[in-house]
Design a protein. Structure first.
Length: 248
């Protein structure tokens, strides 16, 4: 040990260069942690939304098991807290829903209003499964097809009784709790999943806007597509209805 002229030990400290290197390393470590943190939040939102979609499917099956048909969509433009917000739309004298499509009737089903990003779930049932007069029969057939892509995609599911869509983190085409619709975006696969207002000379209804009634469920997200999509498989639906004694 080197001693000072008075016999005290000499104390060594960090140089300015060493301190700079340490600060750079700490900054890099902190910066590296920020990206995984945001990714973890996004993963949590996705998982929470998928859990919500699973609960929605069970709630829809439970509603059908009690009533013999599926609920109508709720009007997308009704703000939370307003009269009839989240309630299924009314029906015609013949038992058909006034709305072709809309948002999930969360209040009717007793569910949360929104996905993990705070937006409402879009919902489109097949008319044959919502008619309260004829009710569901073993010959009822869904008119919804789920594809792997809007253009050139292969069928993922067909004859679907009802489908529910969360519009993901980007929210393209989703409705907010204020009843407003966000910008629809430009991705063709997301456009296929969005609910739009169609006006005719006689009436204005919310619909999926396409005669083909197709929706898209991609196996992996793309830069423009982050929707979460769930549907009622026909086999599962009829099995539950049989078990509940609503068929044949």
């Amino acid at each position: 040990m080197t001693c000072s002229p008075h016999g005290a030990p000499r104390v060594y400290g960090f140089t300015l260069t060493e301190l700079t290197v340490v600060m750079v390393i700490v900054a890099l470590l902190i910066g590296g942690l920020l990206v995984p943190l945001s990714a973890q939040v996004e993963i949590r939102n996705i998982n929470e939304t998928r859990k919500a979609l699973a609960e929605i499917r069970e709630a829809l099956l439970g509603y059908a098991a009690v009533n013999g048909y599926l609920p109508c969509p709720a009007l997308p433009t009704t703000a939370s807290g307003a009269a009839n917000a989240g309630m299924e739309s009314s029906r015609t004298a013949g038992g058909n829903c006034d709305l072709d499509a809309g948002v999930l009737p969360w209040a009717t089903l007793g569910l949360n209003e929104s996905d993990a990003w705070g937006r409402r779930f879009s919902y489109r049932p097949t008319a044959a499964f919502t008619n309260s007069a004829t009710r569901v029969t073993l010959t009822s057939s869904g008119n919804i097809t789920v594809l792997s892509a809007a253009v050139g995609g292969s069928p993922v599911a067909s004859d679907v009784p009802a489908i529910v869509v969360s519009h993901g983190a980007n929210g393209n085409g989703a409705h907010t709790s204020l009843g407003t619709q966000l910008a629809v975006g430009a991705d063709p696969d997301e456009l296929e999943n969005q609910v739009v207002l169609v006006t005719t000379a006689w009436t204005a209804v919310w619909t999926d806007g396409r005669v083909a009634r197709t929706f898209v469920k991609r196996s992996t997200p793309t830069p423009g597509y982050d929707d979460e999509v769930a549907w009622l498989p026909p086999g599962l639906f009829f099995n539950r209805m049989l078990g509940a004694g609503k068929l044949p």
